[in-house]
Design a protein around this ligand. Sequence first.
Ligand code: HPA
Length: 239
Amino acid sequence: MSENKVPTPHIAAKEGEIAETILLPGDPLRAKYIADHFLTDVTQFNATRNMFGYTGTYKGKRVSAMGTGMGCPSIGIYSYELIHFYGCKNLIRIGTAGAMRPEVKVRDMVFGMGACTTSNYVKQFRLPGDYSCVCSYELLEKAVTAAKERGIPYHVGNILSSDMFYNPDLPQMGTSWDRMGVLAVEMESAALYSNAAYGGANALCILTISDSLVTGEVTTAEERQNTFTGMMEVALELA
Ligand code: HPA
């Protein structure tokens, strides 16, 4: 299954302790929330760097959840180890994003069909051109079905994985990426999608909109928790 020995430098799990399908919130406490509220028969497989990881059962299926930290380098490390050393096949990022287009409202769900990026992460695969970071169509189709069944408003399209949260050019970025139809900005998906492609795994990024670069609106912590719960349910259906 794995190409190297486990545990890895960043994940303490033994071989077989992580499920083939794993939910990846940025915040490790969200992984704990998923384990506490949605999973049964839970075991914790990681606490290295407080990046908590758990495996349990959801509707009879084995599923894991682990934090990734923020940004392409951090999710790049964890997703690489999960794919290459632990044999993970379906990696589903669940996170928040800022809306870049007027039709994308706060609290909406966005499925990242493709991920543009300002990061150099993907360039380091040394391809002789620009690589298109795309999600797994199979996971996307299942996620859209789950969102429809729950009546959750959703958008499917391109997103931007930015290296900077506090970007001095943010207003201009809003207009330039918006012009190209990019729906929302976050910080991790390009690394996840390119790592999944390189490792022959499936990946999908599911986002809820926490703030809008268009209107300046932000959600409260309580609202974020509620919208996060809907997103977790959609993601868990992919197990
Ligand atoms: N920028 C980058 N990442 C984000 C944002 C944002 O505005 N909102 C939520 N995640």
